[in-house]
Write a protein that binds this ligand. Structure first.
Ligand code: TYD
Length: 221
């Protein structure tokens, strides 16, 4: 919880990990149990400009640096227009993917330079002058990141035939092995921010684990 009362939670995992339904359920928990105002949003996207960038990132072929710059450009607009204002109003922000996805997909998946990504993260998520959201010397980051961890081979089976795959969803299992490795690396570098959920279970059991994890850290009842 921040000084403004806002709470920022991101949700991560490879394509097919099944995070979307649980995000909606969590929003309902915050609304019903705690009478909180919830901003439900996603990346890339969440603003008209960032949604346009999303279309390009998900559909157009481009080199890894262009892709990295576009996801961070989308993130900057999203932070300025939606995330910061919501946190300043004391809301709960639930974000379907955030910067860990850039490290996992563009960094580990595409092989783009991890250090350049860290620099972009510093630029885009840097503290504003007189920032009441971000303590001195820190970046605007989620208070909590829930990682739906699923073996890539199982994710591929789940995605089979469900819809027309986008640029990422049509990548081979080996790409998602690398992406999953990227998430593991992000967790290892900031373990207290992460909750890892075993997503290789029925939706009911995943929800049980998620609820229990939130209760354990006092986020909900
Ligand atoms: P996803 O969140 O899976 O949405 P949907 O369920 O509607 O398909 O799709 C977003 C895709 O964008 C996903 O494949 C990961 C990718 N992505 C990046 O490559 N880098 C990023 O920084 C972000 C936020 C997402």
């Amino acid at each position: 919880m921040r000084s403004t009362g806002g709470l920022f939670i991101s949700f991560e995992g490879i394509d097919g990990a099944g995070k979307s339904t649980h995000i909606e359920s969590l929003a309902n928990v915050f609304r019903a149990q705690q009478q909180r105002v919830v901003t439900l949003t996603r990346e890339p996207g969440g603003t008209p400009l960032a949604e346009q960038l999303r279309q390009m990132v998900l559909n157009d072929v481009m080199d890894p640096m262009t892709e990295a710059l576009l996801v961070f450009a989308a993130r900057r607009d999203h932070i300025q227009q939606v995330i910061r204002p919501a946190l300043l109003r004391g809301e709960v922000v639930l974000c379907d993917r955030f910067t860990d996805a850039s490290f996992a997909y563009q960094g580990a998946g595409r092989g783009f330079d991890w250090n350049v990504l860290a620099t972009l993260e510093t630029w885009v998520q840097g503290r504003a002058p007189n920032d009441s959201l971000v303590p001195m010397g820190q970046l605007l980051k989620p208070d909590l990141t829930i990682w739906f961890d699923l073996p890539p081979a199982i994710a591929a089976q789940r995605l089979l035939g469900t819809r027309v795959p986008d640029k990422f969803e049509s990548q081979p299992v080996s790409f998602f092995e690398q992406v999953a490795g990227g998430y593991a690396q992000r967790l290892a570098s900031d373990p207290s921010r992460f909750v890892r959920i075993n997503a290789d279970q029925s939706p009911e059991l995943v929800w049980q684990d998620l609820s229990q994890a939130g209760r354990a850290i006092g986020l909900w009842i």
